[in-house]
Design a protein around this ligand. Structure first.
Ligand SMILES: Cc1cc2nc3c(=O)[nH]c(=O)nc-3n(C[C@H](O)[C@H](O)[C@H](O)COP(=O)(O)OP(=O)(O)OC[C@H]3O[C@@H](n4cnc5c(N)ncnc54)[C@H](O)[C@@H]3O)c2cc1C
Length: 293
């Protein structure tokens, strides 16, 4: 079922998990167990990332196949156009269509890490909006685009970034999944700006639990997310090696954030799992126990 249809069929906000393909056999074994834990928490759908330049093409396909066919989960396939030519794009999308994928998130992607010899295809599309325009007339996928509550890190300005987001809708995006932000006010301001510029498709926030301080800082640096004072002050009270206290703080913080987002009327919560299950399952369990999802 397409994600937009899942929303129509549900009274409460959906829960979805983002996963990325395992890098090697050992990680694949671990991922299998993680998937089973996530499946047991009954998400409405899951999603699978796609390494820019086709770097995870096989792995992404196999993971989508596993989730869709073996685990019987509605699965959104992400797809990035960075560096790929039209034939390569068509071949990946045809494979996903043949597999039964119904929803695709079309992103630009970033140059693959540590692959300095990667050569982009000369006819590579430049932006996600170009990819959406390429896909829309040829495929019946439900399409999503990526949005950035704090603005994309390379954006000329928040205003320009929003104009390009509107172009994603104009070129075929049926909904938006956002990057995470630790302060809900970024989402609320972003939603308001989306409305003002004429973005009418559903906007679903991404939620990133704090898995470790190091990871939080690294990711924030990569995407420009603000680490709020509330987080800094909360973390300052936790002894460095107290994993249980960090877990409790992370889950409490995420649950509070999710409550605020649900109260604001979001269509669903998209949890960035970073291929981990414990925090996501706990957050979802608490939201469900409170009847919020
Ligand atoms: C929900 C979500 C899922 C993601 N999934 C993946 C994934 O699977 N694999 C992966 O590698 N990365 C993924 N990313 C990261 C994403 O690829 C990067 O953030 C990337 O830098 C931008 O992608 P985009 O689709 O937003 O690009 P674009 O929309 O092309 O935007 C990139 C930059 O260009 C500007 N811009 C946009 N359109 C135009 C235009 N027409 N003219 C001039 N400037 C323009 C924007 O303001 C922005 O600064 C994901 C991000 C999100 C939020």
């Amino acid at each position: 079922m397409k994600v937009t249809e899942i929303w129509k069929s549900k009274q409460k906000p959906t829960i979805s998990y983002e996963l990325f393909p395992a890098r090697n056999e050992k990680a694949a074994g671990k991922l299998e167990k993680i998937i089973d834990k996530l499946v047991a928490s009954q998400p409405d759908f899951v999603s699978v990332t796609f390494g820019a330049g086709g770097s995870t093409r096989e792995g992404s396909y196999k993971l989508v196949e596993k989730l869709l066919k073996e685990k019987k989960l509605e699965t959104v396939a992400y797809f990035t156009c960075y560096g790929l030519g039209p034939d390569q794009i068509t071949s990946v999308l045809n494979a996903y269509r043949a597999l039964g994928v119904e929803t695709v998130l079309a992103a630009r992607g970033d140059p693959p890490h540590g692959e300095d010899d990667f050569k982009p295809h000369p006819e590579s599309l430049q932006h996600a909006s170009d990819l959406l325009a390429f896909i829309r007339p040829k495929y019946d996928f439900c399409l999503a685009g990526a949005g950035y509550p704090e603005g994309h890190i390379e954006a000329e300005s928040k205003e320009k970034d929003l104009e390009y987001l509107k172009l994603k809708q104009d070129n075929g995006a049926d909904f938006i999944i956002t990057n995470y932000a630790y302060d809900n006010q970024f989402f609320f301001d972003f939603m308001k700006s989306c409305q003002e510029i004429g973005i009418t498709v559903p906007v679903m926030p991404g939620v990133m639990p704090i898995y470790s301080v190091k990871m939080m800082n690294n990711l924030a640096k990569l995407c420009g997310a603000t680490i709020t004072d509330e987080i800094k002050e909360g973390l300052a009270k936790i002894p460095e090696d107290d994993k249980d206290a960090l877990f409790e703080f992370s889950v409490d913080f995420a649950v509070k954030q999710c409550r605020g987002l649900i109260e604001a009327g979001v269509p669903g919560l998209h949890i960035y799992t970073m291929d981990r299950a414990k925090a996501a399952v706990e957050i979802v369990g608490r939201l469900r126990a409170d009847g919020l999802i």
